[in-house]
Design a protein around this ligand. Structure first.
Ligand code: IVH
Length: 670
């Protein structure tokens, strides 16, 4: 008799395979992560009980298998070659002319692909199922890394059936990579654990693929782009372009920046374009691969011992150089963050003279042990600010100086603070000139003092000409002063003066928001206004008191205390009030403290029939509720309208009380 769970297992296998493809390949998931996890857990349970229901292409194979003692070696059916390099446009033209001569034909078109900087692998599919994966190795023999490769979500364990016919054998080649943002996340976790960091995404990918325990690999954010084939049986194609399309239809990720069937002139144009978009990509590429598009031509051109005649790599100019760190200075950014910057002996890096490099923060300097006078390897990736990759310790002569971050702001001399849990050191003096423009823009914005007409350009002008040096100065601006600004028409000047005058009557929550305190947005400002009623009370509150407010985060509490402790900030607030600003605590007046929704956190989701979402939000907030956008264990209610999706599921999983629209309206009206 058939196993009663066979059908369920097969259904789960099909569904999970499709969800995994949607997530990893199409970037368009239709279920939440935890729903996927739940289905997978059920399938694992069934397969553990009935191992005969577990096939090599089951999604459960992605979680990793017991460790291996060593990797086996296996020969490639067709050697995995490397590529000759072109160092300039001339080399590319020569490559083309050689092809024209060898084929005795001048209409040769090419495919141009990003040269991905990762690890080359070969994936073998028999009758559509992934049965083996190998590294390139020496090109003739590779290491068998099947278990590790099965954990890579974007690699199909089974070829997409919609593609017809199914090949009896298909060897797919591609590059396993780690996305930049995932690489940074991975290293952050490693720093946290005290593990050594990976130097770059390629090393991280290589290290992750070389794990004997595939459960370790499963935790690494590996992905793939495929670009070629080895041995193929049962299907055929005529060009590189057709092959890529077929691979895509089989379910493989194919890079989106590939140009197919283009002339050699367009190949050169595309090279420049690719170099331009390179810094915007979330993965590292180190050049372009140019391939003769038609496969019959590839065959006719043939191979040399180590590389094909039909393809060439056109690398980007070197972006790493060594130079000397002459000094380290500190810059103050818009939000007050102090950033150490290395002043370098000017040097040509890939055609651009570089004379400074960001050092990010004090921790980074310590980690890389960067000292003034060091010889350093620096890197430039397109438009990105150059950075110090590492210093060259062997070239030290003992005169190098260790750098310490200053304890006062280099711009305003106010005491700086290091934020708990953050690498950043900040100047928290709101009057600091380095931050002034941006802070003023926030202060006068719609959600703050709402000084209509005081746009970004005018603020920059006012600050640059020294007409305002603090928030308080805004209230002393008069028609004469404003008229002095270039291109400031009379009418707009008088409107501006009026807007400034009107803004002096402000609600307490807007006032708090306008101050631009770290981690204190609209919601936090409203909570504070409700809690404290008056500014004096808020300014006198200690950290514990702030932390105890329902809905208030620890970080917000810490930055508020820091902000109100600062002497300069206290002075500015006094000056604002002396300039005639009157704070009205509307929220406190409106609030009905006994209302059941007061102090509660709500999330709205789905379509509400009778009430606009923004309207519901406004009414709830007037009752003292906090409306947030994501569900957590701290959420009190989820109000779910029509077609509520993953938030509803999450709320149910977390045991959050769910209200329908009628219940919500009833509660608002109560
Ligand atoms: S084609 C014979 N296409 O570059 C064709 N290779 O130097 C050789 N690579 O080992 C491979 N991106 O690891 C090809 N779009 C791409 C590539 C690419 C990166 C790597 C691959 C190969 C090395 C050759």
């Amino acid at each position: 008799m058939d196993n009663p769970l066979k059908q369920e297992a097969e259904k789960l296998q099909t569904e999970l395979t499709e969800h995994s493809r949607r997530y990893h390949v199409l970037d368009d998931p239709v279920i939440a992560d935890h729903e996927y996890d739940r289905l997978l857990a059920r399938l694992l349970e069934i397969e553990q009980q009935f191992p005969e229901l577990s096939h090599p292409d089951s999604p459960t194979k992605r979680v990793g298998a017991p460790p291996l003692a060593s990797f086996e070696s296996a020969p490639h059916s067709i050697p995995m070659l490397s590529l000759d390099n072109a160092f300039g446009d001339d080399d590319v033209i020569n490559f083309h002319q050689r092809n024209v001569k060898n084929l005795d034909f001048d209409k040769i078109f090419y495919t141009a692909e990003p040269k991905l900087d990762g690890v080359a692998v070969e994936l073998t599919y028999e009758k559509g199922i992934l049965i083996r994966a190998t590294t390139r190795g020496d090109g003739i023999n590779g290491e068998v890394i099947t278990e590790n490769v099965r954990t890579i979500g974007s690699i199909p364990l089974r070829l997409n059936k919609t593609q017809d016919p199914m090949p009896s054998l298909l060897e797919v080649r591609g590059e396993v990579i780690i996305m930049q943002k995932d690489f940074e996340g991975l290293n952050k976790v490693r720093i946290g654990k005290g593990d050594p960091v990976f130097a770059n995404p390629r090393n991280a990918a290589a290290g992750s693929l070389r794990q004997l325990d595939s459960r370790v690999t499963a935790k690494r954010p590996l992905t793939i782009f495929v670009y070629g084939v080895g041995m193929v049986k049962g299907i055929s194609f005529e060009s590189q372009a057709q092959m890529l399309l077929m691979l895509k239809n089989f379910g493989f990720p194919v890079n989106e920046h590939i140009q197919t069937n283009i002339s050699i002139q367009n190949v050169l144009t595309f090279y420049k374009k690719l170099a331009q978009i390179r810094p915007t990509l979330d993965y590292e590429i180190d050049g372009m691969v140019i391939k003769v598009d038609r496969l019959d031509m590839q065959q006719a051109l043939g191979e040399k011992i180590k590389s094909p005649r039909w393809a060439i790599a056109y690398k980007f100019a070197a972006v790493q150089e060594t130079t000397t760190i002459l000094d380290i200075i500190v810059q103050v950014g818009r939000t007050g963050t102090l950033t150490p910057v290395a002043l370098l002996e000017p040097t040509n890096v890939g055609g651009v003279i570089v004379s400074r490099a960001t050092l990010h923060n004090a921790d980074e300097i310590k980690r890389k042990d960067i000292r003034i006078g060091d010889r350093a390897l620096i890197m430039r990736a397109g438009d990105v600010i150059p950075k110090v990759v590492k210093i060259i310790e062997s070239l030290r002569n003992g005169t190098e100086q260790v750098f310490e971050m200053p304890d006062r702001c280099p711009v305003c001399d106010s005491q700086v603070r290091r934020l708990e849990d953050e690498a950043a050191i900040k100047c928290i003096n709101v009057a600091c000139q380095a931050q002034l423009s941006e802070r003023i823009k926030h202060f006068v914005s719609k959600k703050g003092f709402d000084m209509d007409g005081l746009g970004k350009k005018i603020v920059d002008q006012l600050v640059n000409e020294g007409l305002i040096t603090s928030f308080a100065d805004l209230f002393t601006l008069d028609t004469d002063m404003l008229a002095k600004l270039d291109r400031q028409a009379e009418k707009s000047v008088s409107n501006l003066v009026l807007a400034i005058e009107n803004s002096k009557q402000i609600s307490f929550s807007r006032f708090i928001f306008a101050l631009g305190i770290d981690h204190t947005g609209e919601n936090a400002a409203r909570l504070l206004a409700r809690q404290f009623e008056r500014l004096e009370h808020l300014m006198a509150a200690d950290k514990t008191m702030l932390e105890n407010i329902h809905g208030m985060g620890e970080k917000t509490a810490a930055s508020l205390t820091r902000f109100f402790e600062n002497q300069e900030n206290k002075t500015i607030i006094r000056q604002i009030l002396e300039a005639g600003v009157q704070i009205k605590n509307e929220l406190f007046a409106l609030e009905t403290p006994d209302h059941p929704l007061s102090g509660k956190t709500l999330v709205l989701t789905g379509t509400l029939e009778t009430l606009k979402r923004s309207e519901a939000k406004k009414r709830l907030e007037a009752l003292g509720a906090k409306v947030t956008s994501s569900i957590s264990a701290k959420t009190d209610f989820l109000a779910a309208g029509r077609d509520a999706g993953s938030k509803l599921q999450k709320a149910l999983n977390l045991g959050v009380t769910v209200l329908d629209e009628t219940q919500l309206i009833q509660m608002i009206q109560d």
